[in-house]
Design a protein around this ligand. Structure first.
Ligand SMILES: [Zn+2]
Length: 768
């Protein structure tokens, strides 16, 4: 109660006025979410904007001695980015000490004796980071954190008390607060119209939309940076629980273990950890009568883009609850239920023991599953605190000792492009990797390095983060059945930074006898791009109402590298006169259907229809009058057909058994004499993700700027590719003349997720 008096002046007067209030149970004064929202979280068709949610959490923190609120910074659009710290009052009173204990457990080199180790393990608490609603259309995630926080703030049962005593919960109610407001505004504006329950006609994160949870090693967005810098790296959580939603017609709830493959640098103890914790949650929730829970299905654990903590001694517990239509309930016909990878909707199995039979599915169901999942997770974290802390320490000890099969170090020569080296080392350093500089020259095999070369020794707590990002990925050849089609990865298969950034990195298998400096601080890019006025820009970037992520990434790259551009909407294109306004127009990666037809019937007239025939005609006129049209990846396939360009996509209609590359790094050979390849090496990379590849049908009109190597064995640099002979020697980047202008067709993504710095110059040169 003393805390209450200290923090809330309103209550000071009341407490002074009546002793009875002092004796009243604290819970009675702690507001339930409905006291601020005006409705119970999960109520049909009710969503609110981010500031209302923040208001609730502020009131909760002001009235509960178990809850603190901290503002970590501001989002891309300037909203407060917050975390709640929830634990017992006794733990909150020694929070700095608990943080310091965990920092030591995270780095075994700081522990000097067995006695100290035992003391730290005894005094420490399980640190659990819960993150919600990174994907803003998964609207249960806007609401369930209120249920979770309120329960922890008010519960008097033994389980809640144990959670509070044994853990410190860091609850981020939204990893994308801007999106909470974007989606709730759209939902509320369309209630009762045919568009009710549809996705908004824009990205729900200003730049990257749904890709905002693919940013956990590139750290391009300010929300990622705040979470990594202020929470992951400050607290080193043993468990990170990420609350998501999936489609409406599969399982009701997914919990790890993940599907294979697990990326091979993830410590096996973490695999055991997410398996133990996930199956515990599935067991406990089944006991509560929740049906349709699946484990070991659909979601794999390959890419570090979604799992920072798997390289930082923690486990990631992803949960995916079935969706309704935003906050509007749906009726699921049992015949529409379908399975997914490794389960069948109608068949009970070990990993899916109790199929859900269909029927009504509501926002209340979603919030209920999500909140129950989180509380079950916290119960495991509390009841097994000693195992969580011991195993956390063990993972760190193994990393510091080093793994026998691993190289000793990676060496990054200093005499390379400074900006790209800075960005790559900045990523590693933000990920907690210690980077040293060689004090003198040294040799690795035959190769000599002058003093100043950067060295990343793989004997340190976060060596696995460095290793996975600096080495080449070899994705296993997984098939749906022996000899059958490939089993698709959940995301992409390659993340080799030196390739993505066009940098030379050398693997040293044996130790290097050279004096290494202390870890050196490097400048880290931070914060959102500055807002610039590009009103006079002569480059147009097509922005569809379908909200393609590649458009957002392109915008982010242009703004970050200060490339002037203006957004071009469907109506701007249809209006014509493009050549007067633009020198170049970029169509980012999107399907032909999205480009030409846009949003469907459910949306208001002003947003529907895409470019339409009229818009395509105006783009043709723009090129014929001397403009440059730049098309990226799948949009290039559209351009070939729309303008009848003398090119043929050699992969059209090829079954996946014969050719497959779902997000891989290919080698690209460039014609250095072409202006678009200016400043580029003869051999670079192409980010290939189910992309088109071309045969040239009329070499008088089409000039090849980049192609894949003629030798199929040289095509794949990192990731997975089946049948690379299909693209060997074929065109990947071409210039096609049309009238007085030209179309530059990229058969890959030169600005992939803001990461492919190696090929940014190709895009920048194309619009010059
Ligand atoms: Zn999601």
């Amino acid at each position: 109660m003393r805390r209450l008096v200290a923090r809330c002046t309103l209550h000071v007067a009341r407490l002074a006025a009546g002793a009875a209030l002092v004796a009243a149970p604290l819970a009675a004064q702690i507001p339930a979410p409905e006291a601020v929202l005006g409705f119970v979280p999960g109520t049909e068709r009710r969503l609110v904007e981010w500031p209302v949610l923040v208001q609730y959490f502020q009131r909760l923190a002001a009235t509960s001695d178990r809850v603190q609120i901290r503002e970590l910074g501001h989002t891309t659009l300037g909203a407060p980015f917050i975390v709640l710290v929830i634990s017992s009052p006794a733990n909150l009173a020694r929070l700095d000490e608990l943080q310091a204990i965990n920092r030591q457990l995270a780095d075994p080199r700081t522990i000097r004796s067995d006695a100290e180790r035992r003391q730290l393990l005894d005094a420490g608490r399980t640190i659990v980071l819960i993150t919600s609603s990174v994907h803003s259309t998964e609207v249960g995630g806007h609401l369930s954190p209120m249920q979770i926080a309120h329960r922890l703030a008010t519960g008097t049962d033994a389980t809640t008390r144990r959670i509070l005593d044994e853990t410190v919960v860091l609850l981020v109610p939204s990893l994308n607060p801007d999106g909470v407001t974007i989606v709730s505004n759209w939902y509320n504006a369309t209630l009762g119209t045919p568009a009710e329950g549809t996705s908004p006609p824009e990205l729900y994160h200003r730049y990257v939309g749904h890709d905002n949870n693919r940013d956990w090693y590139a750290f391009t967005q300010v929300e990622t940076q705040l979470t990594v810098d202020s929470l992951h790296n400050a607290w080193h959580p043993q468990i990170v629980h990420d609350i998501h939603q999936q489609g409406s017609f599969g399982s009701r709830f997914f919990i790890p273990p993940y599907l294979d493959p697990v990326e091979p640098n993830v410590d096996p103890l973490l695999v055991s950890g997410f398996t133990s914790l996930g199956t515990h949650m599935a067991w406990e929730m089944a006991g509560q009568g929740k049906r349709g829970i699946v484990v070991n299905a659909t979601y794999d654990a390959w890419t570090p883009a979604r799992a920072y903590q798997h390289y930082h001694a923690g486990v990631r517990i992803l949960t995916e609850t079935a969706s309704a239509a935003l906050a509007t309930s749906i009726d699921v016909n049992p015949e529409r239920l379908r399975g997914g990878r490794n389960f069948d909707a109608g068949t009970a199995s070990v990993n899916f023991p109790d199929p859900w039979g269909g029927g009504r599915w509501t926002l209340a169901d979603i919030v209920d599953y999500q909140a129950s999942g989180a509380l079950s997770l916290l119960r495991h974290a509390a009841e097994h605190r000693s195992i969580w802390l011991e195993n956390f320490l063990t993972v760190g000890q193994r990393a510091v000792r080093g793994w026998d099969a691993w190289p000793w170090a990676f060496v990054i020569p200093a005499d390379q492009d400074r900006e790209r080296v800075g960005r790559m080392l900045g990523i590693l350093q933000r990920g907690g990797v210690e980077i040293r500089a060689a004090g003198a020259g040294f040799a690795v095999g035959e190769r000599l390095f002058p003093a100043g070369a950067w060295v990343v020794v793989l004997r340190q707590p976060y060596a696995s983060f460095a290793k996975t990002l600096l080495e080449v990925q070899e994705y296993p050849d997984l098939r749906l059945f022996p000899g059958g089609p490939p089993r698709p990865p959940y995301d992409v298969t390659a993340h080799t930074l030196p390739l993505l950034m066009g940098l030379d990195v050398v693997t040293a298998m044996d130790s290097i006898p050279v004096l290494l400096s202390a870890p050196a601080p490097l400048p880290m890019p931070h914060g959102p791009p500055p807002v610039r006025d590009y009103a006079r820009a002569r480059v147009g970037l097509y922005r569809s109402w379908t909200g393609p992520m590649d458009e957002g990434w392109t915008r982010w790259v242009f703004e970050t590298w200060d490339v002037p551009y203006r957004t071009v909407r469907d109506a701007d294109v249809r209006r014509g006169g493009l050549r007067r306004r633009f020198e170049a127009i970029v169509i980012p990666q999107m399907s032909a259907r999205a480009i030409t037809q846009g949003l469907g019937d459910a949306y208001p007239d002003s947003l529907r229809g895409g470019l339409g025939e009229m818009g395509v005609g105006e783009l043709r006129r723009f090129v014929e009058e001397g403009g440059t049209l730049v098309t990226l990846d799948e949009a290039s396939e559209w351009a070939v057909n729309a303008f009848e360009l003398p090119l043929r996509n050699v992969l059209a209609g090829v079954p996946s058994e014969d050719f497959y590359a779902p997000g891989s790094i290919f080698r690209l050979e460039l014609d250095a004499s072409h202006p678009i390849a200016r400043g580029m090496p003869a051999s670079s990379i192409a980010w290939f993700e189910n992309s088109p590849t071309f045969d040239v049908l009329d070499s008088a009109r089409v000039r090849v700027i980049g192609r894949y190597p003629a030798n199929p064995d040289e095509v794949l640099l990192s990731g997975w590719a089946l049948g690379p002979d299909r693209v060997a020697g074929k065109a990947a980047l071409v210039e096609a003349r049309m009238g007085r202008g030209r179309v530059i067709l990229f058969g890959f993504r030169p600005q992939y997720r803001g990461q492919t710095l190696a090929t940014f110059p190709l895009l920048f040169n194309a619009i010059r």
